[in-house]
Structure formats: C-alpha cells, structure tokens
Design a binder for this molecule. Structure first.
Ligand code: URA
Length: 210
C-alpha cells in the first residue's frame, strides 16, 4: 500500500469493529458501535486541522488558547450507509457543512449509478471528507469523487470503515490525489462484490432492512 492509504490502527477501533462484524450484533448495537467508531476516526482524520488562538479568561487569568482556525469543513456522505458514519462525525464537528451523494450499485454490473447529489455551493473552498463505511469495488467512491470534483471540490479525503484491497487500488488509480483512511483493510472482494471477511451489508445492518 502506498503512503496515501492509512489504516487507522487503534485498539478501541479494532475492538469495536470486531463487535460490529459479529453476525449476532443487533441493529441497535451495530449503529451505536458505528457512531463510537466514527468519533474515533474523526479524531484521527482531523489531526491536521489548523488552529488559531483566542484570548480568553480562565477563572484565574488570561491566556491565548487554541481553537480551530475556521469552519471550512464539509463532510459528504455516500448514501445510504455513509450516513451512519456521518452522524458520529457531525457530533464532533457540529459546524461542518454536510453534502449527500446518492449512489446505488447495479447488482449485475456492480457499477455505481448516481441518483442524488446536494453539496454546499462553496465546496471548492472547504476541506472535504467523503465517507462510506465500505470501500468494496471502489465504483461508488470513484464516481462520487469524480462528481464532487466537477462541483469544484479540491481538497478531498476519503474515509471508510472497511476496505478491500481491490477497492483501494481502484480508488488510488482513479483519484491518486485523494488520501484514503480506513479502520481496517480486509482480505478480498468476493464475486458478489462483498468485502471478506467483512461485516455484510452495512446499510442493511445499520437500518435493519434485511
Ligand atoms: N457494501 C457493503 O455494505 N458490504 C460489502 O461487503 C460491500 C459493499
């Protein structure tokens, strides 16, 4: 893997991910674990945010205290599973702008088909973090990033929970300027486009639709 692919290794993330992968995890449990992992991933992916200082008064004295330099962030969720990660991210950064892009996977061709897109008009001036829990074939992510770039997005990161090596390779080839962050890199993609060992269909598991 190249330098622009980061597996966010953290014992808490690894542990919670194992609990999510278990087929016995309930919808409620799956969702709450995803939210917790989203907090931890957001903590890591925002390490490079710029700080400024603000003169404040503590109960004892004045000080120049650090605070985030701007509100120039935009999270873009690839529907529908992206929303599970998005919720936890917005809790940590409530002033971030949010975009949504709807892609579904044609079950025959596994190609991504776009059916919805709404992003902030000033997306070109923001740091953009595109989220989808599963980077499988990479088709949805590639199509979403292509579309967002046409809308003006420039500074983009891609964040997922699980990635297949095939999806990472495809995404890196199509969008070499977009760094990829994942909580785990699994073994492979199966013939149905599922990540193995994986956790099944993330959308179905978080919304209880199967
Ligand atoms: N999408 C999912 O939800 N799960 C997979 O394993 C692959 C794509």
């Amino acid at each position: 893997m190249d330098d622009n692919v980061t597996v966010i290794n953290h014992p808490l993330i690894a542990h919670k991910l194992t609990l999510m992968r278990r087929k016995t995890a309930s919808t409620q449990k799956f969702r709450s674990l995803l939210r917790e992992i989203a907090h931890l991933l957001t903590y890591e992916i925002t390490r490079d945010l710029e700080l400024t200082t603000e003169r404040i008064e503590t109960p004892l004295e004045e000080m120049d205290a650090p605070r985030l330099a701007g509100k120039k962030l935009c999270f873009v969720s690839i529907l529908r599973a992206g929303n599970g990660l998005l919720e936890g991210m917005v809790e940590l950064l409530p002033s971030a702008r949010v975009g949504h892009i709807g892609m579904f996977r044609d079950p025959e061709s596994l190609e991504a088909v776009e059916y919805y897109c709404k992003v902030p008009a000033d997306i070109g001036e923001r740091r953009v973090i595109v989220v989808d829990p599963m980077l499988a074939t990479g088709n949805s992510a590639i199509a979403a990033l292509t579309h967002l770039k046409k809308q003006g997005a420039r500074q983009i990161k891609f964040l997922c929970l699980l990635a297949a090596p095939e999806g990472v390779a495809a995404l890196r080839e199509a969008h070499p300027d977009v760094p990829v962050f994942t909580a785990a890199l699994d073994e492979r993609l199966d013939e149905h486009g599922y990540i193995r060992p994986g956790l099944g269909d993330a959308g179905d598991r978080m919304y209880g639709t199967k």
